[in-house]
Design a protein around this ligand. Structure first.
Ligand SMILES: *[C@@H]1O[C@H](CO)[C@@H](O)[C@H](O)[C@H]1NC(C)=O
Ligand SMILES: *[C@@H]1O[C@H](CO)[C@@H](O)[C@H](O)[C@H]1NC(C)=O
Ligand SMILES: *[C@@H]1O[C@H](CO)[C@@H](O)[C@H](O)[C@H]1NC(C)=O
Length: 352
């Protein structure tokens, strides 16, 4: 009967062994469950001792006009290290900054975050429209900590475009020109200054008009098409400090045309670009005088070429997505931001 006795012993051993495993496992699970919450909260502090920092969380309250794009993909020069961008509103209470795009939140106060703001959270007001197209600014009174716009005196300067310096002097090749002047306009308002100005100009100069109600501008070949024109009319929809839009930077300069601008005074443009890079309507006493100057340049190749001299040293970088790039600026600005500040009235500043 010895073998039977042996196997009973063995079974008993297995039974107690398995019982022990089960008890240990259960205890361990309970321990983990208890520890889990404090673990996720303490982990950043523990890691901080070895140099890891909790990322600065930047919440886009909306994607501007609902147009989504990839976050956390910024050109190197913006250095977004230490920041994490999200559009997930459930992370509101842990966000260090919330970016509010004015046009998406200005209709009623209920479009703004409704839950109480954590004490260390900054609200960044982002706007790229001119004051003439920027309703309900008063809604922002006493809510905003930082501003981001095309105005140089914003906390975060987010222009429509800019120039950068080449490493070495280059020989710029002027694109081949076959036509005289172009203007693209989508909002044709007969009472606006720019349309009235054109009404007089067209008696003296041939201008091809693109946009709704006019010639069709194919989106994908726009720069190639515009590059065949000697002049491009970069007429802003309203006249305000620093309000110089993609009409100037992209349609005219990036395409390789000489811009003829209507906008803030010449000195304002010269804050951003050499004075010989553009022609200003204010340099002339009338549309007719401007027309005769442009016609004289059309006949004088050497003089026309001088409007490209600046391009041996500078170029206009192309932004794949100007929205993305504006948001990329927030990270660094937060690191340099004043500790505590509230802007009493955005309106008073922006509408001046
Ligand atoms: C400019 O020069 C720097 C350093 O010499 C170089 O790393 C960079 O690639 C150059 N950029 C261009 C656009 O040539
Ligand atoms: C630019 O053109 C000049 C005159 O034609 C020439 O001497 C010079 O080497 C060129 N520079 C470059 C960088 O190609
Ligand atoms: C941001 O503005 C709010 C609202 O006025 C204010 O309570 C808060 O202290 C400000 N925060 C910072 C960091 O400036």
């Amino acid at each position: 009967m010895a073998p039977k006795e042996e196997s009973r012993k063995l079974n008993r051993f297995y039974f107690f062994f398995m019982l022990q495993v089960c008890i240990s496992f259960t205890l361990f699970t309970i321990f983990l469950k208890m520890k889990k919450d404090s673990l996720t909260n303490e982990l950043p502090e523990v890691l901080a001792t070895v140099g890891w920092r909790k990322p600065t969380l930047i919440l886009l309250w909306t994607f501007p006009f609902g147009q989504e794009f990839l976050l956390n993909r910024c050109p190197e020069e913006f250095d977004i290290s230490g920041c994490f961008y999200t559009a997930d509103r459930t992370l509101y209470s842990s966000a260090h900054a919330v970016v509010l795009f004015h046009r998406d939140v200005c209709t009623t106060k209920t479009q703004l975050p409704q839950t109480p703001r954590p004490s260390n959270q900054r609200w960044v007001w982002f706007n790229n429209e001119s004051p003439s197209h920027c309703p309900n600014l008063a809604i922002m009174n006493n809510l905003i900590n930082l501003t981001m716009s095309y105005r140089v005196d914003s906390d975060i300067f987010a222009p429509y475009g800019w120039i950068e310096k080449h490493n070495t002097t280059i020989n710029f090749t002027i694109p081949k020109k076959t036509k005289l002047a172009a203007w693209a306009i989508s909002n044709w308002n007969p009472n606006s200054r720019r349309v009235k100005y054109y009404g007089e100009l067209k008696n003296h100069l041939q201008v091809d008009i693109y946009g709704r109600l006019h010639l069709n501008m194919p989106r994908d070949t726009q720069p190639e098409l515009l590059s065949t024109y000697k002049f491009y009319f970069a007429f802003e929809n309203s006249i305000h400090v620093d309000y110089i839009t993609e009409k100037f930077w992209y349609n005219a300069l990036y395409s390789g045309c000489v811009p003829v601008v209507m906008g803030p005074p010449r000195e304002n443009y010269e804050r951003f670009i050499p004075r010989d890079a553009f022609i200003h309507v204010d340099d002339f006493s009338s549309p007719q005088e401007l027309a005769s100057y442009l016609l004289s340049l059309d006949k004088d190749e050497e003089k026309y070429k001088q409007y490209f001299n600046w391009r041996s040293q500078y170029y206009v970088p192309l932004q794949d997505d100007p929205w993305t790039v504006s948001y990329c600026r927030v990270c660094k600005a937060l690191k340099d931001a004043p500790t505590f500040r509230t802007i009493a009235s955005i309106e008073k500043w922006f509408k001046d």
